[in-house]
Design a protein around this ligand. Structure first.
Ligand code: PAF
Length: 282
């Protein structure tokens, strides 16, 4: 596996692969790879002839008070894992290479409305940063297929909207969340948790799984169910961010008549903000 850090090298290498008629897959990441990312690489390998991963801790998707500076950067370890899982090319650019006009001079891509809800309400500008970098990576790599994790459920929805709205010629594949045995969704930010917090963290998924079971049995209003879940998380030591019961089709608030749902949740635990989701079919 070759690692390139400049746009010039990236384009030169991909020109050769494309000329040979290869189907190219992209796995965009911010590095500090765990088993969840490696599942994305496996999916990419199964769906393409040539797999490109990117590692770029994208400053545009972090708020001013967020963890940009301390976000874990583990390039050598990531390279070894990507190589072992069959990735062909790693693009690991500097910030200057990606945003030569600086963070404030950059042209943005923004999906309206949905980008301001849920994670977008807690993290203003976050999805604008995500769609801008993903659009840029799509333009640089021109993948036939791009693979994303379903743990970031809203992110995948927003990127799907961007691809549809801008008629981008790329197939998106979503891969199910990789979990520890206790149910905790794998995330680079789990590294911020203490041992005591790690013991509590699986409660987030347990709580939304309980909500899913209750929804299937019926008889409780969504608002009631959400409030009980919030209180149970608070008793366990979490601080509230949000829990929503949404229609899967448009990620807007579900009514009692809706059948294909997703519960999305975000909560603070110590220095980490954890997110998770579960799909529910009634
Ligand atoms: O999911 C992530 O790791 C990031 O949001 C992404 C898609 C790589 C864009 O920076």
């Amino acid at each position: 596996m070759q690692t390139v850090s400049t746009v010039k090298e990236l384009r030169e290498r991909l020109r050769t692969e494309r000329a040979e008629g290869k189907r190219i897959a992209l796995v965009p990441t911010m590095g500090n790879l765990h088993q969840g990312h490696l599942r994305l690489v496996e999916k990419a390998v199964a769906n393409a002839d040539f797999v490109v991963a990117s590692i770029f801790v994208n400053p545009l998707q972090f708020g001013p008070q967020e963890d940009l500076e301390r976000y874990p950067r583990t390039l050598a370890q990531d390279q070894a894992q990507l190589r072992a899982f069959g990735c062909d090319l790693l693009f690991a650019p500097s910030e200057q290479e990606i945003y030569p006009q600086g963070r404030d001079g950059q042209t943005f891509v923004e999906v309206p409305a949905i980008s301001d809800l849920y994670c977008g309400a807690t993290r203003p500008g976050h999805f604008r940063g995500v769609t801008t970098i993903v659009n840029k990576l799509f333009n640089l790599i021109q993948p036939d297929v791009a693979v994303f994790g379903r743990k970031d459920y809203q992110q995948l929805h927003v990127i799907t909207r961007m691809v549809e709205d801008l008629s981008m010629p790329v197939q998106l594949i979503g891969v199910g969340t990789e979990r520890a045995e206790n149910g905790l969704a794998l995330s680079s930010r789990n590294g911020y948790l203490t041992d005591a917090e790690l013991a509590v963290a699986p409660r987030l998924y347990a709580t939304i799984s309980d909500m899913a079971s209750t929804l299937k049995s019926g008889g409780q209003s969504h608002a009631n169910l959400i409030e009980k879940a919030q209180q149970s998380l608070e008793r366990a030591g979490f601080l509230r961010d949000y829990i929503h019961i949404l229609r899967r089709s448009d990620m807007l608030t579900a009514g009692p008549e809706d059948r294909n749902l997703v519960i999305i949740a975000a909560a603070y635990l110590g220095a980490a903000r954890l997110i998770d989701n579960i799909e529910v079919d009634l």
